[in-house]
Structure formats: C-alpha cells, structure tokens
Design a protein around this ligand. Sequence first.
Ligand SMILES: [Mg+2]
Length: 225
Amino acid sequence: MRALLFDIDGTLLVTDDGGKAALEAALTDEFDLTSADVSISFAGRTDRSLFSELLERNRLSTSQRNQTRLSERYSTYLPDVLARRGGEVLPGVIELLDKIVTQPDHLCYAMTGNLEETATHKLNHFGLSHYFQGVFGGDHDVKREDLARRTAAELRNRHGEQHLTEMIVIGDTPHDIRCGHAIGARVVAVCTGSYDRVTLESENPSAVCDDFADANAIHDLLTAT
Ligand SMILES: [Mg+2]
C-alpha cells in the first residue's frame, strides 16, 4: 500500500490569503491590538511555528496559554473569512483525486502545516474531504520534518509496517520537500504555490510539476510502480 501525503495550501487549493487574514483578525481581537503585524513568511510552515513568531513579533508572550488563545480564535474566524474571500481548488486536482481513489492500494492523507481543525475545515469548504483518509496537521510541531516523522510513525502503526510499502509527499514549498526527505519519502513538488521551479528543483525532489492540470500524467507519476 502506498500513502500519498498531500499538502493543502498552494498544492490542492488557494484561499487568497484567507488564513493570513483570519490570523490577523484573531491576533488583533484576542489581544486588543490596534493593528497586528503579520509580516512574516507563511508558506510551508506549521501553524504552531507561525503562532509563536506572530506573538513574539507583536510583543506578546509566547506562553502556551497565549498560543491556545490565538489558535482558538483563529479556528473560530477562519470559516467566515474563507466564505467571504473565496479561493479555489487548483486545476486538475479534482480529476487527479477522482482517479486515485479508484485504486484501493493508494490512500490519500492531508499532511499540512495547518491546524487539524482548520485543515479539515478547508477540505470541507472546498468539497475535498471525502478523498482523504485523515489529516495530519501542524498543531504540535514547530518543524515540518517533525510533523512528517510523527505522520509516518502513525501511518506505520495504523496500517502495519509490512503493508505500508511507500509514502509520497506532494507539496509546493521547500519545507514539503525537506520533510519528505526526512522520512525517506519520494517527493513530488508543484509550482502552484509561491515557489518557482528553480527554487523547488534546488531541493532535489523526485519530480517537479508546473501544475496538476494534466491529471492523467500526474496520476501516472504518483501511481507508477
Ligand atoms: Mg503549501
């Protein structure tokens, strides 16, 4: 059995910076700020690492209590922000997932820096949840590599080490590629997020795709033996 570990933002869908907008509103309201400073790099990072840096940048304590307050307020705000801002599923994604789910020896999971709750909300919002066996999110790990290690251990436990023959990480940032390498997985990188082909290739993924528009070709790449 092969597990396909899909990143969400920039890989399956885009939210027109909905996550960033919801975090900015959550920070401002939860901590009574005049305006929150959210000028940090978001792509490919776990929400846990983002919360900590955002609190620090706004001169707030990075205590567990503050991280929980920010996380809870963010989870509350995200659905409305997503509904208002729109966003879209990226080209070819539905066709690709439709093809993969017909193969019982290939299981799709979401492995994302998003919190599990907000990742689940995004997949629901865009009608993609039914393709995925589960979501591994960035609730616990600052480093994406640690998220991948935790995911790999859980999948081996869930499916049995002898049955889980391969994992493939699919993502749009250098963080996705590095976390795939950390668990010895093949990595298929896609240029639909904020990184170009040259940058992604410099991290040595197994393959780089411009996008998933040619769903047949991507399906063949992910399911080739
Ligand atoms: Mg991404």
